[in-house]
Design a protein around this ligand. Structure first.
Ligand code: NAD
Length: 499
């Protein structure tokens, strides 16, 4: 059998990643599946970072003049290359980020989907024509390319987050500089290699349209602070957003912040409980609780609590946890030891606060961190329930009054995703009106958004929106143009200024 390190090398070769980039660098790439080292990755030095910003600036100056539908053609080719590389890239996502194969394939599919979306968009970057108050004038808004777009991404969506940003940024006429998570450099190198194949097929794209900066926080900070970068789309913890937001504001740069979540689900008395069970199980245990949209808080109505929670506990006790390369596993590893320690600290705080913990124990030993997902019955929304612990912990609470539950639901700092399971139309609508999150669902879980909608959240989630709907506008600048085709000069608001 081929070892995981050897398989990683084969995948990187098959995906066309230059060996120089991953065989002899100072950054150790580890696989959470076993904890072993799988590559030694080259890191961008400060001078490389500076050169990347220059190259991206030059690329933007040329790319902005390429007609948008032609820019769409590059993204279409990228989508084709992704289709061809889907299995290998997904396998690498499993090895490097620990996702089960179907979720890893889903992540690559999301990249393909956003490419399709962006290709269509490349012919629809519409502005408005606006009625003017002055005779023989025309007023319109026109959308122009913005500049160099910086992308900072988190480990748990190592490739899709970049694609959400890059596909839109590119059709909008921008160049892109990407600082991926230091925990997932290999999938980033592979994505860049796939993109470069599309560029080669396209033929006349300016050099340096997409730049990759492998590095840690310092590389991210360079992206945040550099005046050549017009917009930074930063995905990661609220802690990261708190550091990044004021620095971007200080130089009046644009920001898209996609930060942490503490997502709640309400299961109402009329819920289809089979549906709710599956929705909560996937939302809370999927990706080993390491999604920004992971269900972390569950409010179950008193009248159904005992039966529903008993079934949920049984699902928690029986779900297959283990190496995702093995068949039928649904919950893979935590990303690293720090994630395991944070999970144990949260469980201990929950016990101290009167919670009753089911699961959460480590499975196996060595350098990989597998845990049984934890379901914690809490006496109320207290202590660690207010924190996003990036691990599979579901805090379960009772409620008897929907209005009170809605207040509890909104009483956490982030505002990303939320859901209610109910067959009562009034309850569903009341929930949709009340939830203060960027995503609110009825009869489906908090995780697993489609690319067609705008993705993001309110409050400490950062307020950014990515992906579908009109998110593209953030990657462009809007100019309001007024044209006077009369031979007089009427001033707006009837102002008179005769000279
Ligand atoms: P993280 O905040 O540790 O790191 C994210 C990225 O930010 C990394 O590339 C890191 O190098 C960079 N970074 C960290 N500090 C920085 C700084 N001061 N300046 C510039 N760059 C900096 O997050 P993580 O552990 O990789 O990911 C988990 C977190 O990300 C969770 O909180 C999760 O909810 C969040 N997340 C949010 C979304 C979303 O769309 N809202 C999506 C995925 C993950």
């Amino acid at each position: 059998m081929v070892g995981i390190g050897e398989e990683t090398g084969q995948l990187l070769d098959a995906l066309g990643v230059d060996r120089v980039l991953w065989t002899d660098g100072p950054m150790l790439a580890l696989s959470p599946l076993t904890g072993e080292q799988i590559a030694k990755v080259r890191v961008a030095a400060l001078v490389d970072i500076d050169a990347a910003f220059d190259a991206a600036t030059r690329a933007f100056a040329a790319w902005r003049h390429v007609p948008a539908p032609r820019r769409g053609e590059l993204v279409r080719l990228f989508g084709e290359e992704l289709r061809a590389a889907k299995d290998d890239l997904a396998r690498l996502v499993t090895i490097e980020a620990g996702k089960i194969p179907s979720e890893a394939a889903g992540e690559v599919q999301e990249m393909i989907d956003i490419c399709d979306f962006a290709v269509g968009l490349s012919r629809q970057l519409y502005g408005l024509t606006i009625a003017t108050e002055r005779p023989e004038h025309r007023m319109m808004e026109v959308w122009h390319p913005l500049g160099v777009v910086g992308v900072i991404s988190a480990f748990n969506f190592p490739v899709a987050v970049w694609a959400w940003n890059a596909a839109l940024a590119l059709v909008c006429g921008n160049s892109v500089v990407w600082k991926p998570s230091e925990k997932t450099p290999l999938t980033a190198l592979a994505t860049q290699a796939i993109f470069e194949r599309a560029v080669a097929r396209f033929g006349d794209a300016p050099e340096g349209l997409s730049q990759l900066l492998i590095g840690g926080r310092e590389a991210g900070e360079a992206l945040v602070d550099d005046a050549r970068v017009a917009l930074v789309s930063a995905t990661g913890s609220t802690r990261m957003g708190r550091a990044v937001a004021p620095r971007l504001a200080a130089r009046f740069a644009r920001a898209i912040l996609e930060l942490g979540g503490n997502n709640g689900v309400i299961v109402a008395p009329s819920a289809d409980q089979d549906l709710a069970l599956r929705g909560v199980a996937f939302g809370a245990m999927g990706t080993a609780g390491q999604r920004c949209t992971t269900t972390r808080r569950l409010f179950v109505h008193d009248s159904i609590y005992d039966g529903f929670v008993a079934r949920l506990k049984a699902a928690y006790a029986s779900v297959a946890v283990g190496n995702p390369l093995e068949r039928d596993v649904l919950v893979g590893p935590l990303i690293d030891r720090a994630a395991y320690d944070a999970m144990q600290a949260a469980l201990s705080a929950a016990r101290d606060a009167g919670g009753s913990v089911h699961g959460g124990e480590r499975m196996g030993e060595g350098d990989a961190y597998y845990v049984r997902p934890a379901l914690v019955e809490m006496p109320g929304q207290i202590g660690p329930v207010f924190e996003e612990t990036f691990a599979p912990i579901l805090y379960v609470m009772r409620y008897d009054d929907l209005d009170a539950a809605l207040i509890q639901h909104n009483a956490v700092a982030p505002g990303l995703s939320s859901a209610i399971f109910t067959t009562d139309m009034r309850e569903a609508e009341r929930f949709l009106a009340a939830s203060d999150c960027g995503i609110a669902n009825v009869n489906l879980g908090t995780s697993g958004a489609e690319i067609g909608g705008a993705f993001g959240g309110e409050k400490e989630t950062g307020g950014g929106r990515e992906s579908g709907s009109d998110s593209w506008r953030q990657y462009m600048r809007r100019a309001t143009n007024t044209v006077n085709y009369s031979d007089t000069l009427p001033l707006a608001q009837g102002v008179s200024f005769e000279i």
